[in-house]
Design a protein around this ligand. Sequence first.
Ligand SMILES: C[S@@+](CC[C@H](N)C(=O)[O-])C[C@H]1O[C@@H](n2cnc3c(N)ncnc32)[C@H](O)[C@@H]1O
Length: 296
Amino acid sequence: MVGESAKNMIVFGDSQNMKELKNESVHLVVTSPPYFNAPFDYPDLFDSYDKFLTMIKNVAKELMRVLKKGRIIALVVDDILIKGKKYPIVADITKIFIDEGFRYRDRIVWVKPEGYIRISRRSGVLLQNPYPMYYYPDNLQESILIFQKGEFDYKSISQDIKEVSKIDIEEYKKNKWYLNVWYITNVLPNNNRLEKGIAAFPEEIPYRLIKLFSYKGETVLDPFMGSGTTLKVAIELGRNAIGYEIDIELLEVVKKKLGIKQSYLIRDRKEFEIIIRDDAKRLRTKLQEKVTKGRK
Ligand SMILES: C[S@@+](CC[C@H](N)C(=O)[O-])C[C@H]1O[C@@H](n2cnc3c(N)ncnc32)[C@H](O)[C@@H]1O
């Protein structure tokens, strides 16, 4: 059980149940869930859209339990187009988190550079048919949804901790963190990269969110860890890091990203505690086979 003195921990298992975490033991959540059955990443992962939303709801409940009062959950999400139908994931997730008792605080639009589009170029339809009704825009953005669990007590943080966690105003101004539109290059789909087959987000996203919404020495959780981007950045910024990932096939990728040499066992108080639960699954190989088949 991880509590106030939590260090770093990785659990391979389903984050609908985060029994390893005590109530109110986490200071910030930075994450990105699967985008339902996204064709490039998770074809047929869920039997239905309702099952996907139920999973999100169960995770939201667990996050309400483990998050400290006043603290933030930041979720990177987007609507997804599957076989010509768009699923309103951003709206549905917003509704679920509000229903679970979180305050909807902000939506930041993450804009990727033109030309680095990963989603299919739908706009070509109009070039083929330059007439009304053939308009399908290319998607260059995703949403970063920000939720808060009640009011934050600004007085609960000592001046010393505030000082060591101070935000660099030059960086804040120069990179326009003050806007609710963030221009950040996405992780490019490249066969040689460590995150192959994982819809990883760029380090700049957790970097900004962790700096803006947590203090040094606090604990950051990612309940959909993937390759471990959030955890890597959290450690680099002097925070503790906890991740949950259902796919045990990502173990080696995560260890590589975090520079973990061996698997430390439960209760072994080393840098990262790694717990492999019975509900972990083997997903990536099968998913990638389906993605490749779908492209042919
Ligand atoms: C969009 S990816 C996260 C990528 C991550 N942000 C990164 O930079 O690598 C979502 C991850 O959630 C995992 N996942 C899906 N359902 C889960 C569940 N119920 N519990 C834990 N992890 C889950 C998927 O296997 C996938 O690796």
